[in-house]
Design a protein around this ligand. Structure first.
Ligand SMILES: Cc1cc2nc3c(=O)[nH]c(=O)nc-3n(C[C@H](O)[C@H](O)[C@H](O)COP(=O)(O)OP(=O)(O)OC[C@H]3O[C@@H](n4cnc5c(N)ncnc54)[C@H](O)[C@@H]3O)c2cc1C
Length: 452
């Protein structure tokens, strides 16, 4: 029998849930308060230039199997550019390429690692020992990762130039604040698990185009109604069930099943206060911590970088992406600073000055034409030790309400992969309650192939 399913939020979690539930004979409607899809993975039009730019460059890895599946089904996977080599640069301008070779996992990165100019032989031996021990720890253990690193005899340089460099980008958090569980996931599942796990996918178009019109056309061909610019003001609950969605327009929308795919602070604002108080499932969300990301957008009068991207060590910037000539005589570069708490209290001009100065030292020659700083204060939740105790599963205590979002319990940190997984899990839950058991979540990558 046809059921009505209302999904709130057209970020990747909501889009993935809609895609997974489409074409199954149900009426799926997706409500999004903004006039665009993609949520945090989105673009905006820069008023100064009229150019569409990403609020922040997003990348994914080969180990993101659900995101890859989502993009394949949506027909947008050709808009991802795989980068098999990462370039690590020290402040003296020296670069070491890092990427898999022909050896099987976990040895596929050994050669790059041994050649890295920025680590001493002693550090490399310590790190290799640390990686081996990390592989042998339980995937569930979650003590403070920095304590674990020190117990396993990692030097400050190994922490700064290896462990910290990778973690701050992958988890948007400093090693001193993360738990072992998600650090292990990054190194063991992401880098060591499979030869293709560490291949980085960089979109070749702005995120607004990647998760934009083609994706929406595909969804509407499969019968999904996407209502942009239609925000939900409140979720009304009666007798332990959602009775309706109160829209900002004043309209009341009813459905058989509801999926909330909005950030956790927004969900708390949509639910009646007494419901939040009654269930720790919701009230625990108040204890989730957040971490900011800053992106600095720079336009030069000529190409300043020869490489498509670099990962900076011992620097203010962490990733630098060269996006090429975006307008005649304008060469666009984006510098990303994750866990950017050090910028708190600084003006945009000051942040830009520091980053541009560093860029001029590392990539001399160009004249800076324009710049722009974007900070997302609640970019992701912090993967602090024990964070999964606060992350709820997708089935909520409200009978006909499921919850999706990168912050729900997915086994993944706050990433596009985590968001898509959460959408698939919520869709699995709704279908299961209707009596249809379907496995939508894709298997993880493991050495030798894709396994469960
Ligand atoms: C600066 C930055 C850089 C990042 N870099 C990366 C990266 O490189 N790689 C990676 O994998 N991840 C990255 N992430 C994380 C990634 O963007 C998120 O994990 C993912 O996009 C979250 O998707 P989501 O659907 O869970 O939430 P969101 O994207 O937040 O989507 C929620 C949607 O709900 C809508 N909404 C909110 N309230 C309402 C309402 N009342 N009614 C209707 N709609 C509503 C919002 O407008 C939004 O569209 C980054 C995040 C940021 C902020």
């Amino acid at each position: 029998m046809t059921k009505r399913i209302a999904i709130i939020g057209a970020g990747l979690a909501g889009l993935a849930a809609a895609q997974a539930l489409s074409g199954r004979g149900h009426e799926v409607t997706l409500f999004e308060s903004r006039n665009r899809t993609g949520g945090r993975a989105g673009s905006f039009t820069d008023a100064a230039s009229g150019q569409v730019i990403d609020a922040c460059q997003h990348v994914s890895m080969g180990c993101c199997t659900n995101l890859a599946h989502f993009c394949r089904v949506a027909g947008i996977d050709h808009l991802l550019g795989p980068q098999r080599t990462l370039y690590f640069m020290t402040p003296d301008g020296r670069v070491s390429p890092f990427g898999p070779d022909y050896l099987p996992a976990p040895l596929h990165l050994a050669r790059s690692f041994l050649m890295a100019h920025y680590l001493s032989l002693g550090d490399k031996l310590r790190i290799a020992w640390g990686l081996l021990c990390l592989r042998l720890t339980s995937p569930q253990a979650d003590p403070p990762f920095l304590d674990w690193l020190l117990t396993h005899r990692q030097s400050q340089r190994a922490i700064d130039r290896f462990w910290g460099t990778v973690l701050v980008s992958a988890l948007n958090e400093e090693p001193a604040r993360v738990g072992l569980r998600y650090a292990r996931k990054v190194f063991v599942d992401g880098f060591m698990g499979h030869r293709d796990g560490c291949v980085i996918d960089v979109p070749t178009v702005p995120l607004g185009a990647l998760y934009g019109d083609d994706l929406l056309d595909g969804l509407s061909r499969k019968g999904v109604r996407v209502r942009l610019g239609e925000g939900v003001r409140a979720i009304s609950i009666e007798g332990g069930r959602v009775s309706s969605l109160e829209m900002r327009s004043g309209e009341h929308v009813t459905a058989d099943w509801y999926i909330s795919a909005v950030p956790f602070d927004r969900l708390l604002g949509l639910l009646p206060e007494e419901v939040v108080e009654r269930y720790s499932y919701f009230s625990d969300l108040r204890s989730l911590e957040i971490s900011p990301i800053t992106s600095v957008h720079l336009w030069y009068d000529r190409p300043v970088m020869r490489l498509p991207h670099v990962v900076l060590l011992d620097s203010i910037g962490q990733w630098v992406f060269s996006r090429g000539e975006v307008a005649p005589g304008e060469h666009y570069v984006q510098v990303v600073v994750s866990a950017s708490r050090a910028f708190r209290g600084l003006s945009h001009d000051e942040v830009c000055r520091r980053v541009a100065e560093e860029m001029a030292r590392l990539f001399p020659g160009g004249t800076l034409l324009r710049s722009r700083v974007v900070t997302e204060h609640a970019a992701t939740f912090s993967a602090v030790p024990g964070v999964d105790r606060l992350r709820p599963p997708q089935a909520s205590p409200i009978e006909n309400l499921f919850v999706a979002g990168d912050w729900t319990r997915t086994g993944w940190p706050a990433t596009m992969e985590g968001a898509v997984r959460s959408g698939y899990l919520a869709a699995e839950g709704v279908l299961a309650r209707m009596g249809r058991r379907v496995r939508l979540v894709r298997a993880e990558l493991h050495a030798g192939g894709v396994n469960e």
